[in-house]
Design a protein around this ligand. Structure first.
Ligand SMILES: Nc1ncnc2c1ncn2[C@@H]1O[C@H](COP(=O)(O)OP(=O)(O)OP(=O)(O)O)[C@@H](O)[C@H]1O
Ligand SMILES: [Mg+2]
Length: 292
């Protein structure tokens, strides 16, 4: 079979394209950082995602919004390999997957934060952030080179990267504190630091601003934008605060009952009657917050 490229696979055929592992033969520049084709997922009788098609370009900030239970977290969980889709195909640049091996995520340049924090509560902030670089050297290789100049250099580089991101996210005072002992807003920042330290190509953020103060929200938003501006990360941001969404994102996709009901610029989406009907027209938890 000749190598298939993303552009060569018609939308209606993407379901059955390139099953399983990454297709190393299909290397074409200009691919989206993330492509989803016909992704569907059900839990028993509940359809969490229905035929989702979505692309995120390198350097693009895509917000995913929608009511509670719309399927937003399920989408990120599929992209990060925690859930396996019933149908569909995913593309990370030139790599294609039916279900994403979590072990390959970091090597693909994908990092994420969780709606409910997933820090190592018994480790310091510094060690948590360092975990974001744990994939850089395989354990077996590390054992072979332990104590060598190479091992020391890798360790020094990783430590310097962790220190840099800790400083830029204003976590220096908390550097040696146990993550679990910190206020919620600070823990959210530590999780973002851990996701940023490897300078990901694709950054997946599940409600990174939920439950933080307005001032923290403004500051965290700047760090998210900076990840795009300074190293060109593509970002998928799940967020309920419409002010933040409109101010931060280049494009907005709207989910409702597992379907994508809109996908466009913030202004297009805000004016879309279907979106107003499904989401914007009704009160939701953060609608009193101000824009950044
Ligand atoms: N692990 C799971 N087991 C069973 N059902 C699940 C699971 N994860 C999600 N669901 C269901 O899938 C649907 C989508 O849930 P999901 O968490 O993706 O929504 P969401 O848009 O992130 O909502 P929220 O805004 O409340 O975080 C819901 O009906 C939810 O109950
Ligand atoms: Mg969610």
């Amino acid at each position: 079979m000749p190598p298939r490229r993303y552009a060569d696979v018609p939308t209606e055929r993407r379901n059955d394209a390139l099953d399983g592992v990454a297709d190393e033969s299909a290397k074409t520049p200009g691919r989206p950082a993330l492509g989803l084709a016909n992704i569907s997922l059900a839990f028993g009788g509940v359809a969490a995602l229905r035929e989702i098609n979505l692309e995120v370009e390198p350097g693009e900030i895509l917000a995913v919004i929608g009511p509670n239970g719309a399927g937003k977290s399920s989408l990120l969980n599929i992209v990060s390999g925690l859930y396996r889709p019933d149908r569909g195909q995913m593309w990370f640049g030139e790599h294609s997957f039916r279900d994403v091996p979590t072990t390959k995520l970091a090597a693909l340049g994908v990092t994420r934060t969780f709606q409910n924090l997933a820090l190592f509560k018994g480790l310091s902030v510094f060690d948590n952030v360092l975990m974001g670089l744990a994939h850089r050297v395989r354990a077996g290789f590390l054992r072979q080179i332990v104590g060598s100049p190479l091992a020391r250099r890798i360790e020094a580089e990783n430590h310097a990267a962790a220190e840099e991101v800790i400083e830029s996210l204003h976590l220096t005072k908390a550097r040696d504190r146990l993550a679990g002992a910190l206020p919620y807003g600070v823990q959210k920042r530590v999780e973002l630091a851990r996701a940023l330290v490897a300078r990901p190509k694709l950054l997946l953020l599940d409600e990174p601003f939920a439950g933080v103060t307005l001032a923290e929200k403004r500051e965290l938003s700047l760090h998210v934008r900076n990840a795009r501006d300074s190293f060109g990360a593509a970002i998928v941001l799940i967020e309920h605060d419409i002010g933040v969404v409109m101010g931060l994102s280049d494009r907005v996709a709207v989910l409702d009952y597992g379907r994508k009901i809109a996908d466009g610029t913030p202004d297009q989406v805000r004016a879309d009657p279907a979106v107003i009907d499904a989401y914007l027209g009704v009160a939701h938890e953060d609608d009193k917050e101000l824009a950044i």
